[in-house]
Design a binder for this molecule. Structure first.
Ligand SMILES: Cc1cc2nc3c(=O)[nH]c(=O)nc-3n(C[C@H](O)[C@H](O)[C@H](O)COP(=O)(O)OP(=O)(O)OC[C@H]3O[C@@H](n4cnc5c(N)ncnc54)[C@H](O)[C@@H]3O)c2cc1C
Length: 514
């Protein structure tokens, strides 16, 4: 299983790519084209296909390539934006509705696992949140009161399952955990059994409205009555890119000395917070601990984030080894709720599911319920609450500006001698830097063999300058979260194009010098 980063996540371990025989879109128009093969796309596809809609899933790489392959898969009904916050912004009734949606999503996951007998290490869990000072205690009380009000059972407790000192803690019921890739693969198999088609290695590069919606892919045009962008963030330049901020979070899977693995989903209350849970995979237990979140490309040394996380872990746990360390990206909505429904500035038949923050297992499943209800029954009780059009348009902003890759292209072009770039010799093997060349900037990565990889650092999406992510060996855009590998190949959107390649003339000489 591939992922959008250089490090291997726990979920990739012993997980082959999803076998899918299809390699051509159907000739006839389908009811729904779902773009993206993460938890959101695959769950939505299954619900729609079972409701009688003919669906195609187009996935740019392989299933779970995006954040679903880099998640930590806590299944929550108490979310990162807690009910006191939702209640104060959207009112108590809407906080109740959010809680109802989250419970329904977890119930759908449970039902799927039971119905299809999915072996994905699913377990019901208690959640724990603990305060460590007076300010956190006050916040915890506000969360407890609001959570109780919306019907999620929560109470104070004197014990938490991890050896960290606290002043107050709550326990809340009805949470769960699972192996996300095993779950998604099983759901994808059921989708295919029901007649759905999955096309992997099938990036949608353009869409157009004609008699049907037409999506351009390397396999040809896919014609569909409706399109759902389940790509974590939609492509192009859309209002939603200004309402979803990209963040990275860091995760580790730890082998402890002894067998004392904590039972529960546990959270401290720092900002960013740490999260803890255990997963049993084929008889092997792992303690998963994550945190150290920051805005994408706003941290110079992303490897240092793992060091900080490890130092936190070593303070409290008897660590035998840390076989997996990985990071991944999520999109934080400005007002705390996800955006699920009609994609602003697009034809009525185009939908989106984004802005899940750190709760995309729950919110991706809510999206499946909401979008399938809209497409099958014509409405959903959640559609107003999560409506992406709830946002007031920014004055003067045309909703769907086309990405102007051609403006960026040819800015540098041609061959450049590495000797003309004085910083080349200062870059160590395995390091990267954005350097100046005449009036242009060039993003340089010198790999472990000394070979230079040079690209134009201007992101084709909104023309921000990308930054090197040392931990995942990728060029990340600080503005909207597009990511590219060392050769500029697109990993994740919203960009739809690679970074422009720059050819450096004396690659061979350079590698010989080192
Ligand atoms: C470290 C970390 C830990 C997290 N932990 C939790 C947690 O414990 N619980 C929780 O609920 N949430 C968690 N989240 C959030 C959650 O993992 C994500 O919100 C969720 O996985 C998003 O799923 P998705 O299917 O919407 O997107 P993705 O899984 O990112 O899938 C999108 C897919 O679309 C494909 N794609 C993109 N563009 C195109 C295109 N043009 N054509 C075709 N395909 C395309 C991509 O290749 C990708 O496979 C975490 C996030 C991070 C970063």
């Amino acid at each position: 299983m591939q992922r959008d980063g250089a490090r291997t996540s726990l979920w990739q371990f012993n997980m082959p790519s999803f076998p899918s025989p299809a390699s051509a879109p159907p000739k006839e128009p389908v009811d729904v084209l779902i773009v993206g093969g993460g938890i959101t796309g695959i769950t939505t596809a299954l619900l729609l296909q079972l409701s009688g809609k003919q669906c195609v899933v187009a996935e740019a790489k392989t299933l779970c390539f995006g954040t679903t392959g880099g998640t930590t898969a806590h299944l929550n009904t108490l979310l990162d934006h807690p009910y006191n916050e939702i209640s104060s912004k959207f009112g108590e009734n809407n906080a109740q509705l959010m809680a109802k949606a989250a419970k329904e999503a977890l119930q759908l996951i449970r039902t799927n696992i039971e119905t299809y007998n999915i072996d994905c290490g699913f377990e019901e869990q208690n959640g724990y949140m603990f305060a460590q000072d007076e300010k956190q205690e006050k916040e915890l009380e506000e969360i407890r009161v609001a959570t109780e009000k919306v019907g999620v059972p929560i109470q104070y407790t004197n014990e938490i399952p991890i050896p960290i000192a606290f002043t107050k803690a709550v326990v809340f019921k009805g949470q769960a955990k699972f192996h996300p890739a095993r779950y998604v693969y099983a759901i994808a198999k059921e989708f295919e059994k029901a007649g759905g088609i999955i096309l992997q290695g099938c990036r949608v590069t353009k869409t157009e409205e004609n008699e049907f919606m037409e999506a351009t892919t390397k396999y040809g045009i896919i014609r569909a009555r409706n399109i759902i962008w389940a790509t974590h963030i939609p492509p192009g330049v859309n209002l939603l890119h200004f309402r979803c901020a990209p963040y990275r979070s860091y995760a580790t899977a730890i082998k402890l000395v002894g067998e004392n693995y904590p039972d529960g989903l546990i959270y401290d209350m720092y900002d960013p917070y740490h999260y803890y849970r255990t997963q049993n995979i084929d008889g092997e237990k792992y303690l998963i601990i994550g945190g150290e979140d920051h805005k994408t490309a706003h941290e110079k040394d992303t490897v240092a984030c793992f060091r900080k996380l490890e130092s936190h872990i070593n303070k409290f746990f008897d660590v035998d080894s840390i076989p997996f360390k990985w990071s991944s990206q999520y999109f934080e909505p400005t007002d705390g709720l996800p955006y699920i429904g009609h994609l602003p500035g697009n034809p009525d038949s185009v939908y989106v599911a984004t802005g899940f923050g750190g709760n995309g297992m729950t919110c991706g499943t809510i999206s499946a319920i909401l979008l399938s209800d809209i497409l099958v029954k014509g409405k959903s009780e959640y559609q107003e609450l999560f409506d992406p059009n709830r946002l007031k348009p920014i004055a003067g902003f045309t909703n769907f500006v086309k990405e102007q890759a051609d403006v960026v292209g040819k800015m540098i072009g041609g061959w450049i001698s590495s000797e003309k770039i004085k910083e080349v010799s200062e870059i160590a093997h395995g390091e990267a830097k954005v350097v100046k060349y005449e009036d242009h900037k060039i993003a340089l990565y010198k790999d472990e063999t000394g070979k230079l990889h040079a690209v134009n650092p201007v992101c084709p999406h909104a023309k921000c300058i990308v930054e090197w992510n040392t931990a995942e060996k990728s060029w990340d855009c600080p503005c909207h979260g597009s990511r590219f590998n060392a050769d500029g190949i697109l990993l994740t959107g919203p960009a739809s194009h690679d970074l422009e390649e720059v050819e450096i003339k004396d690659l061979v000489n350079e590698s010989q010098k080192k």
